[in-house]
Ligand binder design. Structure first.
Ligand code: CU
Length: 210
C-alpha cells in the first residue's frame, strides 16, 4: 500500500488529547465510568434542569484535582488529565443520592498516539486542549501536496482558515489564535480543526475556554 497522507504529531509530548464528554442527566453522570488516555480531557455538560458539580474525590471529600463549583443547566466544565491514574468524582449536592463517577486514565501507549487513520499513517493532535488563547497543531506530510487546515464550528460552518499551502515532505506547526476570519475572538465552546490533504480529511475537536 502506498503510504501517503498527513501525520499530525504532538509538540510537547504530554498534552495532546481527545475530549470525552460526560453529560449530567437527571441525577447521574452519563457515562458514569470513563476510560481515557493520559493527555485527554473530559468535558462535563449539564444537560439536566438541576444544579450539579463535578468534584474530584470520593465520599463527599474533595481530592483537590478539580471542582467545577455549582453548574447551572447548560453549563460545561473541562478538565485535562495529564497523568495516569484512577479519579473518582462526585456531585456535591447529590453524591448521597448516588451521583458519582469515575475517570480511569491510562498511560499513553503508541496505539493511542495514532488517530484518524484514513488509509495511511495519520495522526492529528492539538495542544493544549482545552485552550484559552492559542492552540498549536503539529503535522507532517510524507508526500508533497496541498494541505488545508481550517476551523469549523459545531454546526459545520467554516470559522477560520489556518493554513492553505502546498507543502513538501516534512514537519510543520500551525497555530490558531481562537479568532474567526474577521479577527474577532470566537465564543467559548467546541470547535473542530479539520485538515484536508488530498482526498483525506481529519478533524480534531478542540475546546475554547472563557
Ligand atoms: Cu448533582
Amino acid at each position: 500500500m502506498k503510504n501517503t497522507g498527513v501525520i499530525f504529531f504532538v509538540l510537547p509530548i504530554l498534552a495532546f488529547g481527545v475530549v470525552h464528554q460526560v453529560d449530567m442527566v437527571g441525577l447521574a453522570f452519563v457515562p458514569d465510568t470513563l476510560t481515557i488516555s493520559e493527555g485527554d480531557s473530559v468535558l462535563w455538560v449539564n444537560t439536566s434542569a438541576l444544579f450539579h458539580t463535578t468534584t474530584s474525590g470520593a465520599g463527599g471529600v474533595p481530592s483537590g484535582y478539580w471542582d467545577s463549583g455549582l453548574m447551572s443547566p447548560n453549563d460545561s466544565f473541562a478538565f485535562h488529565f495529564d497523568s495516569a491514574g484512577v479519579f473518582p468524582y462526585f456531585c456535591t449536592p447529590h453524591w448521597t443520592l448516588g451521583m458519582v463517577g469515575l475517570v480511569n486514565v491510562q498511560p499513553l501507549g503508541i496505539e493511542e498516539m495514532t488517530k484518524g487513520v484514513s488509509g495511511s499513517v495519520t495522526v492529528l493532535m492539538a495542544y493544549p486542549n482545552p485552550f484559552a488563547r492559542f492552540v498549536h497543531l503539529g503535522y507532517s506530510v510524507n508526500v508533497p501536496g496541498r494541505l488545508q487546515v481550517a476551523v469549523y464550528n459545531s454546526a459545520g460552518q467554516l470559522v477560520a482558515s489556518i493554513l492553505n499551502n502546498h507543502v513538501t515532505t516534512g514537519s510543520y506547526t500551525a497555530t490558531w489564535d481562537g479568532k474567526d476570519a474577521f479577527g474577532n475572538r470566537v465564543s467559548p465552546g467546541v470547535y473542530f480543526i479539520g485538515a484536508h490533504f488530498g482526498d483525506e480529511y481529519l478533524q480534531e475537536k478542540v475546546i475554547i475556554l472563557e
